[in-house]
Design a protein around this ligand. Structure first.
Ligand code: KIV
Length: 275
């Protein structure tokens, strides 16, 4: 059954945990979608995982559209959310609306995600009024990496925790249908989850949020540049890939590949005339 912003609301009411994973291409999206996952996020973690940047700051709107299109072709039942990249929504409400509109029209996603609290509420309100569902993102918001001075847990002081609670209420009030809480204390995430009517989706925020999200390459052991404490690795596909590629290299060197069943043939009478 197709997941929608309404089924997200229903899940929160019914106390059913929501599941979300990132994907950046058609084949991975198709595989993940077939598992019955609730949502696929075309995260701007694309910058780290696929494009090899140190952070998400360099990711462009065109990057997100290119990969968002591929994911949407592969996802039939998951709710597809595409990230608005750095500086595609901060300048003005008009800029945010125009770029969110492009993401929806060109990728066929069902929602967009942006980072920030009170400061981006005018943007969230305008998008929601225009019919664009918005997922907010609070806590360790990677687009603010330079302002934070690194990947640091957020909301640990009383003032920072109060600010996060206020921001969470503000994005809900502005019309966000869900909010991602990244790298914040589990106790604080639990409190925010209790105080909101919209679902909270945690990543490094404990197990009391309404759902969880992970970067699929972290879960599968495909990305090893850095692995945050909050990641659980469910498989080591990276090792499988290296092993398979080494076997291929050996087989080519020793002429074990290709074998006759991988070959095409021509009639002997024709080939004789070519000598
Ligand atoms: O870009 C991303 O993958 C994200 C998730 C980590 C929530 O924003």
């Amino acid at each position: 059954m197709k997941n929608t912003v309404l089924s997200f609301q229903r899940a929160k009411k019914d106390g059913k945990k929501l599941t979300m994973l990132t994907a950046y291409d058609y084949s991975t999206a198709k595989l993940i979608d077939s598992t019955g996952i609730n949502s696929i996020l075309v995260g701007d973690s694309l910058g780290n995982v696929v494009l090899g940047y140190d952070d998400t700051v360099s990711v462009t709107l065109d990057d997100m559209i290119h990969h968002g299109k591929a994911v949407c072709r592969g996802a039939k039942n998951a709710l597809v959310i595409v990230d608005m990249p750095f500086m595609s929504y901060q300048i003005s409400v008009e800029q945010a609306l125009e770029n969110a509109g492009r993401l929806m029209k060109e990728t066929h996603c069902q929602a967009v995600k942006l980072e920030g609290g009170k400061s981006v509420c005018p943007q969230i309100k305008a998008m929601v009024e225009a019919g664009i569902p918005v997922c907010a993102h609070l806590g360790l918001t990677p687009q603010h990496i330079n302002a934070f001075g690194g990947f640091k847990v957020q909301g640990r002081t009383e003032a920072a925790a109060k600010q996060l609670i206020e921001d969470a209420k503000a994005v809900q009030e502005a019309g966000a249908f869900a909010v991602v809480l990244e790298a914040i204390p589990a106790e604080l995430a639990q409190l925010i989850t209790k105080q909101l009517d919209i679902p909270t989706i945690g990543i490094g925020a404990g197990n009391q949020t309404d759902g969880q999200v992970l970067v699929y390459a972290d879960l599968l052991g495909l990305f090893s540049d850095f692995t945050p404490k909050f990641v659980k690795r469910y498989a080591n596909i990276g090792e499988l890939i290296s092993g398979a590629v080494k076997n291929y290299i050996d087989d080519v060197a020793t002429q074990k590949f290709p074998t006759p069943e991988n070959e095409y043939h021509i009639d002997d009478t024709i080939i004789e005339k070519l000598y």
